[in-house]
Design a protein around this ligand. Structure first.
Ligand code: SF4
Ligand code: SF4
Length: 379
C-alpha cells in the first residue's frame, strides 16, 4: 500500500524544522539521491505572483527541501515552465522567479535558479492517449526530480495537486496545444496519467500550509490548512488532498481516470497515512471553484447529451470595464477563441471551457458565468 506522510505546519515560519521532521519520518532524503548527483526541484510557479496569493508553491517550502538535498551533497536546480500564457524563455523565468520569491529562497538554500530553456521530444508508445511528449530538459538531465506542488482548487480538474503540477514539465505554449486537443476534463486526466507514467517524480512534497480555495488555480482565495505532505507517489498524495478539501473521489476526474485504467491508488482506502489520523485532515467548507457541480442530474445529462455540455457548464465572460487589453488571455487560449481590439472578446462557439484565459488574467477581468440551466440544476 502506498504511503503519504503528513505533518502539521501552522505557518511558513516553521517550514524548515517541519520539513526536517517530515523527511526524517520518510527515512531521509539520501535515499533519493547520491552525493554529487543533480536534483531538479519542480515547484508550482503557474504565474509571476506574490506568494501571499497562494497561487504558487511558497518559497520557504522550496528552500526547506532544497536545503536538505544540498546538505546531502546533491546539486540542486530549480526547473519549471510556468503557465500556458508564458513563453518558456529566460525573461519569463527571471520575472517568475523574482515575483514568486524564488530568488531569495534559492540564495539562502544553495539552489541554482534554472535557466536552461531547451526541451526534448520524447517518444512514449506506451501512452494511452499521448504517444510523444515534449519535456523540459532540466528534468531529463537531472538524476532525480522532486515535485514540490501546491494544494489548490482548479476550475477544470477541481484539484491541482501532485499530478496536475507535472503539466509544468511541458514547455511554454506547447501546453496550449495539449489543451486544444484534450477538450474535456476526462481527456485531460488521461493526459496527466500518461505524463506521470513517462516522468514520475522520485518524491512529491505538497505545500498545504496555506492552500487555495474557490476559483483556483489562479484566482481563488488563500485558505489556512496548516499541513505539509510527502509521498513517493503523487497520485497517492492527490487521493489524500482530495479528502482534505472534501472533493468526493467519484467527482475527481483524475481519480476516475486512474480507476478506469486499474491504477492504484484511486481511493483513500488504498493509501496508508502516516503521521496523522484521516479524520483530523478534512477541512470543513473548503470552497470549490465555480465549474464544480454537485448535481447528479447535470452530470447525467452531460454524459448522455454531450452536445449540450456548453449549456451545462460555466462560461468565461470578459468584464469590459476591467479589461486592459493586455492579451494574456489570448496567448493562453488553445482554440483561438479570443480576439483583441481595445478589449478582449470571446467567441462562445469556439470556446472549450478550459479556463486557461481565466487563469492568466491578472486584472480580474474574466468572470465565470453560470447559465440558467446550470443554476437551475445546481439549486
Ligand atoms: S481579459 Fe484580462 S488577460 Fe484578457 S486582455 Fe483583458 S485584462 Fe488582459
Ligand atoms: S476562451 Fe478561455 S475557456 Fe474558452 S477556450 Fe479560450 S482559454 Fe479556454
Amino acid at each position: 500500500m502506498s504511503k503519504v506522510y503528513i505533518i502539521r505546519c501552522p505557518d511558513y515560519g516553521q517550514v524548515s524544522g517541519k520539513m526536517d521532521e517530515l523527511m526524517t519520518m520518510m527515512g531521509g532524503v539520501s535515499q533519493f539521491v547520491n552525493a554529487g548527483q543533480r536534483v531538479a526541484l519542480k515547484p508550482n510557479l503557474l504565474l509571476a505572483a506574490d506568494p501571499a496569493k497562494a497561487v504558487t508553491t511558497h518559497p520557504s517550502v522550496v528552500a526547506a527541501i532544497g536545503r536538505l538535498f544540498t546538505a546531502a551533497s546533491a546539486d540542486v536546480v530549480l526547473a519549471e515552465s510556468p503557465g500556458a500564457g508564458y513563453a518558456y524563455d529566460r525573461k519569463a523565468l527571471e520575472k517568475t522567479y523574482r515575483m514568486c520569491g524564488m530568488e531569495e529562497a534559492a540564495k539562502g538554500a544553495g539552489i541554482e535558479l534554472g535557466y536552461d530553456t531547451s526541451y526534448e521530444s520524447v517518444s512514449f508508445p506506451e501512452g494511452k492517449l499521448i504517444k510523444r511528449f515534449e519535456i523540459i530538459s532540466p528534468i531529463r538531465k537531472a538524476d532525480c526530480y522532486v515535485n514540490v506542488c501546491k494544494l489548490k482548487t482548479h476550475n477544470l480538474m477541481f484539484l491541482s495537486g501532485g499530478v496536475k503540477n507535472l503539466f509544468g514539465l511541458i514547455p511554454g505554449r506547447t501546453k496550449t496545444g495539449y489543451h486544444s486537443t484534450m477538450t474535456t476534463k476526462e481527456l485531460f486526466a488521461e493526459l496527466l496519467l500518461d505524463l506521470l507514467s513517462l516522468v514520475p517524480p522520485r518524491l512529491t512534497i505538497m505545500d498545504a500550509v496555506v492552500g487555495m480555495e474557490g476559483e483556483g488555480p489562479a484566482n481563488g482565495n488563500p485558505r489556512q490548512v496548516g499541513l505539509l505532505l510527502a509521498s513517493t507517489d503523487p497520485l497517492s498524495l492527490d487521493v489524500v488532498a482530495s479528502e482534505i478539501i472534501g472533493l468526493p473521489e467519484d467527482r475527481n476526474p483524475l481519480l476516475l481516470a486512474a480507476k478506469g485504467r486499474g491504477i492504484h491508488p484511486s481511493s483513500i482506502a488504498e493509501v496508508e497515512i502516516v503521521g496523522m489520523p484521516l479524520n483530523e485532515l478534512r477541512i470543513a467548507g473548503y470552497k470549490m471553484p465555480s465549474a464544480y457541480s454537485n448535481s447528479t442530474m447535470l452530470r447525467v445529462i452531460a454524459a448522455v447529451l454531450p452536445l449540450l455540455r456548453p449549456l451545462l457548464t460555466v462560461d468565461p465572460r470578459i468584464l469590459k470595464n476591467k479589461c486592459t487589453g493586455c492579451g494574456a488571455c489570448k496567448n493562453a487560449c488553445p482554440r483561438d477563441a479570443i480576439t483583441l481590439r481595445k478589449v478582449a472578446s470571446i467567441d462562445r462557439q469556439k470556446c472549450i471551457r478550459c479556463y486557461c484565459c481565466h487563469e492568466m488574467c491578472r486584472f480580474d477581468a474574466i468572470e465565470l458565468h453560470k447559465g440558467k440551466i446550470y443554476r437551475m440544476l445546481n439549486k
